[in-house]
Design a protein around this ligand. Structure first.
Ligand code: C2E
Ligand code: MG
Ligand code: MG
Length: 571
């Protein structure tokens, strides 16, 4: 007896099942099957590969285990509603790997029905699209580049800055933002045309990129404004070095077809997180520092944080550096016009020393003069200033410019230790400058400190025809009547009184009194630090003789001052 059963169907089904199993396991897509309660009943190898979960770990669990926090509950609600209504859902979704890493995947979910058309299973099939996402982002970035120079534009720069900030915080490292503005770029554009300007910008971009490391970002924000983000710094000095390198990169002219253009840049630097942790604040800091660099005569760099400027300096051996500065010719002079309020003409210029350190950029005289005074280097520096200023004045006259008085600052040490009389006489002789055109500025404190000794020197200087003025007047302890004994021509009212002259009645009264009493003593009065029209008007009303300050002009390099002197028009 034999029972014969046709198992063709069963064999077929078995074959089909084996095939399915093969496809299931071999698929590069992750596949997960759940029952209607949402418990995982099967998952393939790719599932483990992508999610990091072993099959044994996920069996019986919910796929919600792999949910990222990137979507709100509404997202899942809509997903389910669509799935139950139409039998499928697909789309992009953020998920979480076992490691905690969030990644994007393309997910399709299907419902599987039993023979009674009731849902029996859900199947999820997904691919990891991290790579595609990255490519997409890459494309997005392409829209973030400046077409002229190929550098990141403002939008991308902001993104990079955010990222750099995050990294610096996370790694406990220092980073820096540099804001660069080309000096006198407008002039190039106006005189040579926009096409030349464009070529120049391209070359600037190329040079800037050469100055930084791979990890740093050079961007062009607008016009002639560039930024550099320096990441992963150990100390601020590293930013100094890059800034120095950038300044050096502009030493050689840019060739634009048939002409060579010299261009320089002013750089402001802020570091983060130390100087701030907000994007806007950092940009503002760097911009402020950049303006400071412009103020100091362009073609230099400044840190936003004064503490930092100071720190960089303290690390230097000031004395050695000052000596080298003299030897290497790092000092230069700037000139600030002094305007007569009756004629509205420039009648004098104050000579202000500038130190351009090859690595640390411009260093303010208020910082290095005190050091120089301690070491007596001030004497050598003082001689250099006097000598250079006098020959410059003579040079202007030779060039046919109207003679103006030049005021040179003399420090206490010079008065006490130097043979000021002999040196000045020699310099006047050598240069041929008329003594009436030289004015020496001494501060109130210095004059009073050794009153008896000084009075002698001052009398002799006066006899030679040299003019004398008391600088920063009002801050010291002298009385005006005492001053009568000194052969002085001018009082310079200290800027601190001028600053608040319009807002503070006391300061106004002090300034007014100084002017009135000085006039009684037949002294001229000059107000320094005049910045606004209102301050000027008040000083005019009180018959102040001269003014000096940003309102008319900042201290200028020689070439620019000359342009002012050449100008026929009055202020
Ligand atoms: P000072 O002789 O009282 O010079 C005036 C200072 O005020 C200068 O600063 C000048 O740039 C600044 N100033 C001018 N106008 C304005 C204004 O409108 N607003 C403001 N806020 N400031 C204004 P600077 O050049 O930094 O010089 C600082 C000091 O350093 C000088 O004060 C002077 O005491 C000393 N110094 C500068 N050059 C020499 C020098 O050749 N020899 C000596 N011994 N001292 C110098
Ligand atoms: Mg002065
Ligand atoms: Mg002063």
């Amino acid at each position: 007896m034999a029972i014969i059963r046709d198992i063709t169907e069963r064999k077929k089904a078995e074959a089909s099942f084996r095939l399915m199993a093969k496809i299931f396991e071999g698929s590069n897509d992750g596949i997960v099957v759940t029952n209607t309660k949402g418990h995982v009943i099967d998952a393939n190898k790719a599932f483990t590969f992508i999610t990091g979960y072993e099959k044994s770990e996920i069996l019986g669990n919910s796929p919600l285990l792999m949910k990222s926090e990137r979507h709100n509950p509404g997202f899942y609600f809509l997903l389910w509603r669509r799935l139950l209504k139409t039998g499928s859902w697909n789309g992009e979704i953020w998920a979480k790997r076992k490691s905690g890493e969030i990644y994007p995947k393309w997910l399709s979910i299907y419902t599987v029905n039993d023979e009674h058309h009731k849902t029996s299973h859900f199947v999820g099939i997904f691919t990891d699209i991290t790579a595609r996402k990255e490519a997409e982002n890459q494309l997005k970035k392409l829209a973030h580049y400046d077409p002229l120079t190929g550098l990141p534009n403002r939008a991308l720069f902001i993104e990079q800055l955010k990222w750099a900030l995050k990294m610096a915080r996370r790694n406990n490292k220092l980073a820096a933002l540099m804001f660069l503005d080309l000096d006198r770029f407008k002039l190039v554009n106006d005189t040579l045309g926009h096409q030349a300007g464009d070529l120049l910008l391209i070359e600037v971009a190329r040079r800037l990129e050469k100055c930084v490391r791979e990890v740093d970002t050079v961007s062009r924000l607008a016009g002639d404004e560039f930024t550099v983000i320096l990441t992963n710094l150990n100390t601020v000095d590293e930013a100094s070095l890059v800034a120095h390198k950038i300044l050096q990169a502009f030493v050689l002219p840019v060739n634009l077809g048939n002409r060579d253009i010299f261009i320089s840049t002013s750089i402001g630097i802020t570091s983060f997180p130390s100087d701030g942790t907000e994007i806007d604040k950092l940009l503002k800091n760097a911009d402020t520092a950049m303006y400071h660099a412009k103020e100091l005569g362009r073609n230099n760099y400044q840190f936003f944080s004064h503490v930092m400027n100071q720190k960089v300096l303290d690390e230097l051996e000031m004395e050695t550096n000052l000596r080298n500065a003299l030897k290497n010719g790092e000092f230069l002079l700037h000139y600030q016009p002094q305007i007569d309020l009756l004629s509205n003409e420039i009648v004098g210029v104050e000579v202000l020393i500038r130190w351009k350190h090859p690595i640390f950029g411009f260093i303010s005289p208020t910082r290095f003069i005190p050091h120089a005074e301690k070491t007596d280097l001030i004497i050598t520096i003082g001689v250099w200033v006097l000598q250079s200023a006098c020959s410059q004045a003579v040079q202007w006259q030779k060039e046919g410019l109207k003679p103006v008085r030049i005021a040179v600052n003399i420090s206490g040490t010079q008065l006490k230790r130097q043979d000021l009389l002999g040196t000045t006489a020699n310099i006047l002789l050598e240069t041929g400058l008329a003594p009436e055109l030289l004015e020496l500025e001494l501060t109130e404190g210095v004059v009073m400190e050794n009153a008896e000794l000084t009075i002698n020197t001052l009398n002799k200087l006066k006899e030679m025809g040299i003019r004398l003025s008391i600088d920063d007047f009002g801050t010291g302890y002298s009385s005006l009547s005492y001053l009568k004994r000194f052969p002085i021509d001018t009082l310079k009212i200290d800027q601190s009184f001028i600053k608040d002259i319009t807002g503070n009645p006391d300061d106004y009264a002090i300034a007014a009194t100084i002017i009135a009493m000085a006039h009684n003593l037949r002294l001229r009065v000059i107000a320094e630090g005049v910045e606004t029209q209102e301050q000027l008007q008040m000083l005019r009303d009180k018959n102040c003789n001269e003014v000096q300050g940003y309102y008319f002009s900042r201290p200028l390099p020689e070439a620019e001052l000359k342009q002012l002197l050449k100008r026929e028009s009055k202020f």
